[in-house]
Design a protein around this ligand. Structure first.
Ligand code: SF4
Length: 317
């Protein structure tokens, strides 16, 4: 589905275990393999606590997996150290859910945008004003916002500043962690449109974490569905209606009807998601799955290809 020559980052069999009380272990990511392609968006979706943010944090080296490798430009990110790690970081940027908390409130927007460029010696201090204006305009904000402080801006404007700061380093991959979920729906739409426009202009790969399948299907080229640390389905964004895994189908059924058709039943998944400390044997979705069989209770299903760019981890297929 994607051209392998555009592959820029590949995570292979990534697992992360955390020690927990009573000698137990919490497996936040279990054998996750995903690929990121130039100019394409991979949407990673799942309920809160499913491990999607934990996984994306490995890509910017805010954490390291217990097992597996993450190949970027031929190097395993999990093994990089010191100056080599610092230099590599500039090519993979992250935009967080709440940019307000990731900005220094005492810094002007000019300094917030230019700080990483100065850190990597890409610009001189005397160039800050022109550079900040250039990137403000790239994210469709007035150049004179450079003199403002973050607290004098709206949530949507702050998120644009976070995007300006991320693209200033000309990254090859941007990770967006629930980057629009704190915004009003109308503002969400304008931010997504901006991200898609910048992606086309700059040919950037994007990893977009979300819990809203309705939002992500509108722009992601590929969607990976995560459940209790496991990838249970990968499919093209345009084919989301063809999702086969019972969990993805439940997520699809839970999308609120935009036409406000209340005659359509809003589906929900019965019961709560189990604790990641208490993952059931066999298929992780088995306690909530209406199609569960004896095999599902004892055998962990592996991802199988069932169509072009479409893989599913379920014994039904
Ligand atoms: Fe349901 Fe079994 Fe498929 Fe798991 S493997 S999703 S329990 S049918």
């Amino acid at each position: 589905m994607f051209d392998e020559k555009d592959l820029i980052l590949e995570a292979k069999h990534v697992t992360r275990r955390f020690p927990a009380s009573g000698g137990r272990e919490l497996t936040a990511c279990n054998d996750v393999s995903l690929k990121f392609y130039r100019g394409k968006t991979l949407g990673l979706i799942g309920e809160s606590g499913c491990g999607k943010s934990t996984f994306m944090r490995f890509l910017v080296r805010l954490d390291k997996p217990t097992e597996g490798e993450i190949l970027f430009k031929g190097k395993d990110l999990t093994k990089l150290k010191g100056e080599e790690l610092r230099q590599t970081r500039q090519y993979i940027q992250m935009v967080f859910q709440d940019p307000g908390s990731s900005f220094n409130a005492k810094m002007k927007i000019r300094d917030i945008i230019c700080e990483p460029l100065l850190n990597f010696g890409r610009i001189k201090s005397s160039e800050k004003d022109a550079v900040a204006r250039k990137y403000l305009e790239a994210v469709e904000l007035p150049g004179d916002f450079a003199d403002r402080f973050p607290h004098s801006m709206s949530g949507g404007q702050r998120q644009r500043i976070a995007i300006a700061r991320a693209i200033a380093l000309e990254p090859e991959l941007i990770i967006m962690d629930e980057a629009t979920c704190a915004l009003d729906v109308s503002v969400q739409k304008t931010i997504i449109e901006l991200v898609c426009k910048l992606q086309k202009e700059k040919n950037i790969a994007i990893g977009f974490i979300a819990h809203d399948l309705g939002l992500i299907q509108s722009f992601a080229h590929q969607i990976a569905v995560m459940y209790l640390g496991n990838i249970v389905e990968i499919l093209p964004g345009e084919d989301v209606e063809k999702a086969r895994h019972p969990y993805t189908q439940a997520l699809l059924g839970a999308i609120f009807d935009t036409k406000m058709d209340f005659s359509k039943k809003i589906e929900s998944i019965d019961s709560e998601i189990p604790s990641p400390l208490d993952v059931p044997p066999g298929c992780p979705f088995q306690p909530r799955c209406e199609y569960c069989t004896e095999r599902c209770r004892r055998e962990h299903p592996k991802l199988k290809t069932i169509g072009e760019g479409h893989e599913v981890a379920c014994h039904l297929f």
